[in-house]
Design a protein around this ligand. Structure first.
Ligand SMILES: Cc1cc2nc3c(=O)[nH]c(=O)nc-3n(C[C@H](O)[C@H](O)[C@H](O)COP(=O)(O)OP(=O)(O)OC[C@H]3O[C@@H](n4cnc5c(N)ncnc54)[C@H](O)[C@@H]3O)c2cc1C
Ligand code: FES
Length: 480
């Protein structure tokens, strides 16, 4: 959680009608970099942000600027073929270089520091030899090596040297002086070339949707092609230092990363809305085991969209809307992929050719890489809807203990009810306002989470993450 380190300036809301070459919707890393790139190309750009700039997932990132995205090279060659796999890796390697150059040009070279990326395998885990050979085939300068210096033994690690670590808010602050930005301006709809907000509109030749989860549901069927995954992070001071970062080759494993004087421990990756138990407590236990002398400084979680084949959708929003563009599905690799999005979309909007565009095309469909995830998504949707009918009522509201929640029935209707530490009850509709799936209680964070597409709400019903467009309906204590 990097909000504490730097603050970005504030901007007013849109309250007029504007004309622009491009309207960019969403002020996270993807939207800001894309707006900056388009502006640098000489276009008139307006950026519209629902809340505060970089206040959503970009504020919670671990900000590794890395061309190594877990175990991915063998998978890419198998699913996409060598030509497209090479495009993906080339685009990521290029993005790492672009960050360095841009930070230097903006006078914030200190916001990008060199670091080494490692993917490790447990002592009883599989060899990384195949991934190593594939990485070399795709043009990465990878090294396979033995590792010591971690608080646990590992079999080996695949290393990408010369990657980087970003201070996101320091870097983003340097992009802002040249941009036209409106905050607290949620986009409600897009009608042809007109972007509609509550008290203003922007008419633009092109529109970029960089809202992480695409907000326009009329086109592209993104809700059938995206899921959201959540992970948990804990920052420690006084822990032994490590060089760069280490990710477990098994995505359910642990990650370790040096961030300045702090060590960040990560884990608990799961599909949003599926049970994760007390993920924060598991992180703390692991931290106590490996770093008994260290002190916890922060703990937080975050989530990101993942596509069916785990490669982002960057390009035309749909075949029917050539003026609409999208950047989504970064799969927890949104730093380099935001840079790819900025470059690709600028080239596309200027009518030129981006050499690595094909692998990111939102139109693609590779059955062998996508069917399993598609079926899984459909099953969650069916189960989420069916649960409306057969949901078990766990207890009476009066029997819910402090700090706990349950589904109850009241006057023939279902409610998700949470009792806080002072005994106050908060009752909300347990159905997602997006497409009506039954919500699941997440005890670790005291949120109601949707297993269908990953919307999340706090116990008062406030929406925390899209795609749901509204808060949950609420019913207060006195009415129960
Ligand atoms: C635990 C975790 C760790 C990660 N670590 C890394 C890492 O080390 N390296 C890496 O490369 N990536 C990492 N990522 C991924 C990366 O953080 C994200 O992919 C990236 O921040 C997404 O940026 P974004 O701009 O797409 O989304 P966001 O930052 O979520 O920005 C989208 C913006 O759109 C706005 N918006 C939404 N709807 C509307 C609307 N209707 N109108 C106007 N605005 C709207 C939102 O308010 C938000 O500000 C991590 C992700 C997770 C979950
Ligand atoms: S039904 Fe889509 S996020 Fe809940």
């Amino acid at each position: 959680m990097f909000r504490n380190d730097h603050e970005l300036p504030s901007f007013g809301r849109l309250e007029e009608k504007l004309h622009a070459d491009v309207a960019v919707i969403g002020g996270g890393m993807a939207g800001l970099l894309t707006a900056f790139s388009l502006k640098n190309a000489g276009l008139r750009v307006v950026l519209l942000e629902e809340n505060k700039l970089a206040g959503s997932v970009t504020a919670r990132t671990t900000a590794r600027i890395s061309a190594q995205h877990g175990l991915f090279c063998e998978r890419l060659i198998r699913d996409f073929g060598e030509h497209l796999a090479r495009q993906y890796v080339s685009a990521q390697l290029h993005a790492v270089t672009q960050y360095r150059k841009l930070a230097d040009a903006l006078g914030v070279g200190y916001s990008v520091t060199e670091a080494t990326s490692n993917v490790y395998t447990a002592t009883n885990g599989p060899s990384l030899e195949g991934e190593y050979i594939s990485a070399l085939r795709l043009g990465a300068k990878a090294e396979l090596r033995a590792v010591d210096g971690l608080p646990f033994p590992v079999r080996e690690a695949l290393c990408f040297p010369s990657q980087a670590k970003l201070e996101p808010l320091a870097f983003l602050a340097a992009l802002l002086p040249s941009l036209t930005v409106y905050e607290h301006t949620p986009v409600r709809d897009v009608r042809a070339h007109v972007v509609i907000c509550d008290s203003g509109v922007v008419e633009a030749e092109h529109i970029v949707v960089a809202t992480r989860y695409p907000i326009l549901e009329r086109w592209g069927l993104y809700r059938l092609r995206l899921r959201q995954e959540q992970a948990f992070l804990l920052a420690l001071s006084g822990a032994q230092r490590i060089d760069g970062w280490y990710l477990d080759a098994d995505t359910r494993g642990w990650s370790l990363q040096q961030h300045g004087s702090e060590l960040i421990l990560g884990g608990g990756l799961h599909r949003c809305g599926t049970p994760c138990g007390d993920a924060f407590e598991r992180l703390r236990e692991q931290a106590r085991l490996w770093f008994p002398e260290a002190r916890e400084t922060r703990i937080w979680s975050s989530q990101d969209c993942v596509t069916l084949d785990r490669v982002p959708y960057i390009g035309r929003y749909s075949a029917a809307t050539p003026y609409l563009h999208v950047a989504t599905g970064f799969g927890r690799w949104g730093m380099t992929n935001s840079m790819v999005a900025a470059t690709l979309l600028t080239v596309e909007i200027l009518g030129n050719h981006y050499p690595y565009a094909d692998v990111f095309s939102p139109d693609r469909f590779f059955p062998s890489a996508s069917i399993e995830a598609m079926v899984e998504g459909a099953l969650y949707a069916v189960r989420g809807k069916a649960k409306r009918l057969y949901a078990a009522f766990e207890c009476e509201a009066s029997r819910i203990a402090s700090g706990h929640a349950a589904i109850i029935r009241h006057h023939g209707r279902q409610y998700g009810v949470y009792r806080d530490e002072k005994g106050m009850l908060y009752a909300v509709s347990p159905f997602c306002p997006h497409r009506g799936c039954a919500l699941e209680w997440n005890g670790a964070e005291k949120t109601w989470d949707c297993p269908c597409h990953g919307s999340r709400f706090d116990y008062t019903g406030r929406r925390l993450f899209h795609p749901a467009g509204t808060a949950l309906k609420t019913l207060y204590e006195r009415e129960i």
